[in-house]
Design a protein around this ligand. Structure first.
Ligand SMILES: Cc1cc2nc3c(=O)[nH]c(=O)nc-3n(C[C@H](O)[C@H](O)[C@H](O)COP(=O)(O)O)c2cc1C
Length: 414
C-alpha cells in the first residue's frame, strides 16, 4: 500500500491507507477525505478539496478507526460511519436512534423524528405494574397507530415475572422490539429498585433479562448507564450478562446513575463495552452535533448513536447528522420558515393525539424548545404558557414565528 501526498493550501498532508483528513473551510463547511485504498482516489479527493478550499483554515488528520484492510472498501463502504443498524430482523435505515424520554418521546414526536431522519425511536417507558396498564397515560404510551416500523417499547421494573408479563402484554399490543430500562435515574423508578438502580444487583439483572427474552419472540434490547457510581462502573460486566441472555442491542448512556445529568458523558467505558461483546452497541450521552456523533462513533467503535435532549425542539438534527455521516458535509439548520412549518405540523399532531386540553399542555414544552435562542423568545414563552386553547396557542405561535420570519426587530432578548 502506498502513501499519497496531498497539497492543500500549500500544506503537504501525507495520507497512508486507513487515514482520514478533515478539511475545514472558512465558510464553516467541512469535508472529510478518507484514504482507504488507492492513492489515486485520495489525490483526486485532495485535489477537489484543494480547488474548493482556497479558504481552508484547518486540517485534522487522524486514523480511520475500524480500518483493517483493503477489504474495508467492500464490506464497509466508503465510510464506516454511514452504517445501517440491524436489530434482530429489523434493518434500520441508518444508525441514528431517538432516545426514550418520558413525557417527550410520545407517538407524535417519535414519528416526527423518524420523518426527520431517525432510524428508530424508542417509546417512553411503560411500567411493568399491570395495575396501571388500563390508565389513560399508559394506554396512550402504548399507542403506535400509524407509526413507522420497528415499534420499540421500553419497559421498566425489577421483578422478573412482572417484566416478562409486561413484555408479553406490549408485544400483544403491537411492540416489535422490547427495550428494558436499566438506565433511568428517576426517583420514582429507583425507589422500587428499577431503572439504573438495578445495576447494583448483577444477579437480578441476569434473571430479568433471561425472563424477558424467554417471554417474547421479538428482539429484546437493553439500556443501561455505565454503573451505579464512579467507583462501581460495572457496565462491562452487565454487557456480558446481556450478551449471554440474548439481548440484541445494548444502549449505553456514558454516565453513572450517581452522576444524574451532571458533568460530561464519558466514552471510554462505551469503547470497553464494544470491545467486550458481540452485540450491537448504541452510544448515548451528550451527542449534540453531527461532529460529536462522528467523534463518538469513532472513539467507541459503537454501531449507532442515540440522541435525546439535543433533539428537543430540533428534530431535524437527525437529518443533519445523517447527511454529515454519509457525506462529510455540514448542512445548515433549517430556516425560520422551515422550523415554523415543522413545528406547526408537530402541534397539530399533538392536538390530534391528546385532544385539546392535554394537547395544549404538552405542546407548551415543545414550543419552548423550538423558540429557544430566538430573539424575543423569553417573552413569547411567558405569554404562550398561559394560553389554554388550541386557537389561542396557534395564533400566538404563528404570530411569533411570522415576526421572526419577517425579521422584525424584537426588543426583548431571548
Ligand atoms: C426528560 C427525560 C426523560 C427521560 N426518560 C427516560 C426513560 O423513560 N427511559 C430511559 O431509558 N431513559 C430516559 N431518559 C434518558 C435518555 O434516554 C438519555 O439516556 C439521556 O438523556 C442522555 O442522552 P442525551 O445526552 O442525548 O440527552 C430521559 C431523559 C430525559 C431528559
Amino acid at each position: 500500500m502506498e502513501e499519497a501526498t496531498l497539497a492543500i493550501e500549500g500544506e503537504q498532508v501525507r495520507l497512508t491507507p486507513g487515514m482520514a483528513v478533515t478539511v475545514e473551510f472558512k465558510t464553516g463547511k467541512r469535508r472529510v477525505i478518507e484514504y482507504f485504498l488507492s492513492p489515486v482516489v485520495a489525490v483526486w479527493a485532495g485535489g477537489f478539496a484543494g480547488a474548493a478550499g482556497l479558504d481552508v483554515i484547518r486540517l485534522y488528520p487522524r486514523p480511520i478507526k475500524g480500518y483493517h484492510s483493503p477489504l474495508s472498501l467492500i464490506y464497509g463502504g466508503l465510510s464506516r460511519y454511514d452504517k445501517n443498524m440491524r436489530i434482530g430482523p429489523y434493518h434500520l435505515p441508518n444508525n441514528l436512534i431517538l432516545a426514550p424520554m418520558a413525557g417527550v418521546t410520545d407517538r407524535p414526536f417519535r414519528q416526527l423524528c423518524k420523518e426527520q431522519g431517525a432510524g428508530m425511536a424508542v417509546s417512553e417507558m411503560v411500567t411493568s405494574n399491570s395495575l396501571l396498564w388500563g390508565s389513560a397515560k399508559t394506554l396512550r404510551r402504548a399507542n403506535h397507530e400509524g407509526e413507522t416500523e420497528p415499534k420499540s417499547v421500553q419497559i421498566a421494573g425489577a421483578d422478573p415475572a412482572m417484566m416478562a408479563e409486561a413484555a408479553r402484554h406490549n408485544v400483544d399490543n403491537g411492540a416489535q422490539i422490547i427495550d428494558i430500562n436499566m438506565g433511568c435515574p428517576a426517583k420514582k423508578v429507583c425507589h422500587v429498585m428499577a431503572g439504573s438502580a438495578l445495576l447494583q444487583n448483577e444477579m437480578l439483572v441476569g434473571r430479568i433479562l433471561d425472563a424477558v427474552v424467554a417471554a417474547v419472540d421479538v428482539p429484546v434490547t437493553l439500556k443501561i448507564r455505565t454503573g451505579w457510581d464512579k467507583a462501581h462502573r460495572n457496565a462491562v460486566t452487565v454487557a456480558r450478562i446481556a450478551g449471554q441472555a440474548g439481548i440484541q442491542a445494548l444502549a449505553v448512556h456514558g454516565r453513572t446513575r450517581a452522576c444524574g445529568y451532571t458533568g460530561e458523558a464519558e466514552y471510554d467505558t462505551l469503547a470497553a463495552i464494544k470491545a467486550a461483546i458481540n452485540i450491537p452497541v448504541i452510544a448515548n450521552g451528550d451527542i449534540t452535533t453531527p461532529e460529536k456523533a462522528r467523534f463518538v462513533l469513532d472513539y467507541t467503535g459503537a454501531d449507532a448513536v442515540m440522541i435525546g435532549r439535543a433533539a428537543q425542539g430540533r428534530p431535524w438534527l437527525f437529518r443533519i447528522v445523517d447527511h454529515y455521516l454519509k457525506t462529510g458535509e455540514l448542512l445548515p439548520d433549517p430556516s425560520v420558515a422551515e422550523i415554523r412549518q415543522i413545528m406547526l405540523n408537530h402541534l397539530h399532531r399533538l392536538y390530534d393525539f391528546y385532544g385539546e386540553r392535554t394537547g395544549v399542555h404538552m405542546a407548551r414544552k415543545h414550543i419552548s424548545w423550538y423558540s429557544k435562542g430566538q430573539p424575543g423568545g423569553a417573552a413569547f414563552r411567558h405569554a404562550v404558557n398561559r394560553l389554554e386553547t388550541i386557537e389561542e396557542q396557534l395564533a400566538l405561535t404563528r404570530e411569533f414565528f411570522d415576526r421572526l420570519e419577517s425579521g422584525a426587530d424584537l426588543e426583548m432578548a431571548a
